[in-house]
Design a protein around this ligand. Structure first.
Ligand SMILES: Cc1cc2nc3c(=O)[nH]c(=O)nc-3n(C[C@H](O)[C@H](O)[C@H](O)COP(=O)(O)OP(=O)(O)OC[C@H]3O[C@@H](n4cnc5c(N)ncnc54)[C@H](O)[C@@H]3O)c2cc1C
Length: 466
């Protein structure tokens, strides 16, 4: 055993150190399988003190450290460096405390998101963050990626749900600020710098999460509109008409809706006919069992009468609600014939979304007349997904797609990374969405917090530079 390996084994115990070929595949690839690696070591510490000791050893040996969470990110962010150290916090998976009075939960970073959601529900509390990857994504991962999901419209992103944070910095310093306050303006708020930093500025080890009272009612519908302008007006009207209860507005362009519902036809009927340009899954949550459903029906009915909304189907049970959500979330069957394809996750002001879609689609079709281009997303918060397929893939095709999509994003002053972060794949396009002075500031911050560049080396700014 080398000095490095012996030192790591002393900290985490021999049984929690894995070398080369003994490192399982799940620590070496992300969900896209586009990025793979061969780290020299994997360690699975059990405490924050062990994490700090591991980081100190890595710094002495100039060993790049990548925190591997649930590996559900799609930009290669959690794929370790070849020859580097993979750090898994999966043994740090305890719910430390639930405080119903403060409505907080203190958790270790290796907790799985769904377990935390369920633990909150057991106390009649609610963690609003919800993603399709809830069964694998970790709390450390959703904090490091500042994850969003289906309910950002009402409750915000992960950033809005983190009250206190504990991190280990690149020199092994532990900063523990496990506070329960919403308001804290005592100096710089370093917590928000760490949230969304993709493991490049510190390792998140514990967090205090802000919970909400659990909603007791839920109304779900799929609605149809004929134009994007109608869809945007309907969104705004629902926000007001439902008295702030609107929690999701997942917009789907007709071709996306057509393909997804076609793919599911054997299992469930298409909820609305294919007569309209735009569809949306809308959901409201509340606490008035007598009034909420009636209010929902009344508001949707009024929008149809006015001619703004063209059609709607409202779920009458939880099972029907799951069926409506499946149109948006169960994408496998609808996408099978399009493989291989690329997925984008961009954001912009709602007022610019139509222009972005028109430009991106027009240019993709001009470059690749056979292209299938599907648009959908969490449009209620300005986040849009695009799927692009011409039935084959190469590095050149990927680059051409990227330039068209990110070029159209740049024209509307949008972001190339609404979710998932930058990682490796999106780094070449970071300057298309951030100014030179912003990038210089980011470099200064990184150099200050991680002067040796050991934390997630090769990602984000590093990936831009290589
Ligand atoms: C089906 C599906 C649906 C998804 N839906 C959404 C969605 O709606 N919204 C959304 O935002 N994302 C979504 N994602 C992306 C992904 O689930 C999120 O980015 C999630 O936050 C990643 O968590 P993870 O534990 O898998 O992190 P990983 O993918 O393992 O890591 C992500 C990044 O965080 C770093 N990291 C992980 N843990 C820590 C830690 N403890 N300290 C410091 N850095 C750390 C990693 O090094 C890496 O850079 C989806 C993914 C899938 C597969």
């Amino acid at each position: 055993m080398s000095n490095l390996q012996s030192a790591l084994a002393v900290v985490v115990g021999q049984g929690q150190l894995f070398l080369d070929g003994d490192i399982g595949e799940r620590y070496r690839v992300d969900t896209t399988r586009r990025h793979t690696s061969r780290p020299c070591c994997l360690v699975r510490p059990a405490t924050t003190a062990e994490v700090a000791a591991v980081i100190k050893i890595a710094a002495i040996h100039d060993l790049p450290v990548t925190v591997v969470g649930g590996q559900t990110g799609t930009v290669g962010g959690a794929v370790p460096r070849d020859g580097g150290l993979a750090l898994s916090l999966e043994r740090m998976n305890q719910i430390v405390e639930t405080d119903p009075m403060s409505m907080t939960m203190t958790v270790e970073a290796g907790c799985i998101l769904q377990h935390v959601q369920e633990a909150a529900e057991a106390e009649r509390l609610f963690l609003p963050l919800d993603l399709g990857s809830r069964g694998s994504a970790t709390i450390g991962g959703v904090i490091a990626a500042n994850a969003g999901g289906n309910r950002v419209l009402r409750w915000g992103m992960m950033r809005d749900m983190v009250l206190g944070l504990e991190v280990v910095l690149a020199d092994g310093t532990i900063i523990s600020s496990l506070t329960k306050m919403l308001k804290d303006n005592a100096g710089y708020n370093w917590k928000h710098l760490l949230i969304g930093s993709e493991g490049t500025l510190g390792v998140v080890t514990r967090a205090v999460l802000r919970l909400r009272p659990a909603p007791t009612t839920r109304q779900t519908a799929i609605i149809a509109m004929d134009s994007f302008e109608e869809a945007a007006r309907v969104l705004h009207r629902l926000e007001v008409g439902l008295s702030g209860r609107l929690s999701s507005f997942e917009l789907m362009w007709q071709e996306f809706f057509a393909r997804m519902t076609e793919g599911q036809l054997g299992r469930r009927p298409r909820p609305l006919p294919l007569d309209h340009g735009y569809y949306a899954v809308v959901e409201a949550m509340g606490g008035d069992p007598e009034g909420d459903a009636a209010q929902f029906e009344r508001v949707l009915g009024a929008l149809i009468e006015e001619g703004l909304m063209r059609d709607a189907v409202i779920a009458q049970s939880d099972r029907e609600a799951e069926g409506l959500w499946a149109v948006r979330e169960e994408m496998e069957a609808g996408l099978r014939s399009l493989r291989p394809f690329s997925v984008y996750d961009v954001s912009m002001g709602l007022g610019d979304m139509r222009r972005f879609v028109d430009h991106a689609e027009e240019r993709l079709k001009a470059a690749f007349p056979e292209a299938v281009v599907l648009f959908y997303g969490h449009a209620g918060d300005g986040n849009l997904h695009a799927i692009v397929s011409i039935g084959r893939m190469s590095a050149e095709i990927q680059r051409a797609y990227d330039e068209i999509i990110y070029g159209a994003v740049r024209e509307v002053n949008g972001s190339i990374a609404a979710e998932h972060g930058i990682g490796v794949s999106r780094a070449p396009f970071l300057p298309w969405t951030r100014s030179t002075s912003e990038l210089a500031l980011m470099r200064q911050l990184k150099a200050t917090l991680d002067p040796l560049g050991i934390l997630n080396r090769g990602k984000l700014l590093d990936a831009l530079d290589t």
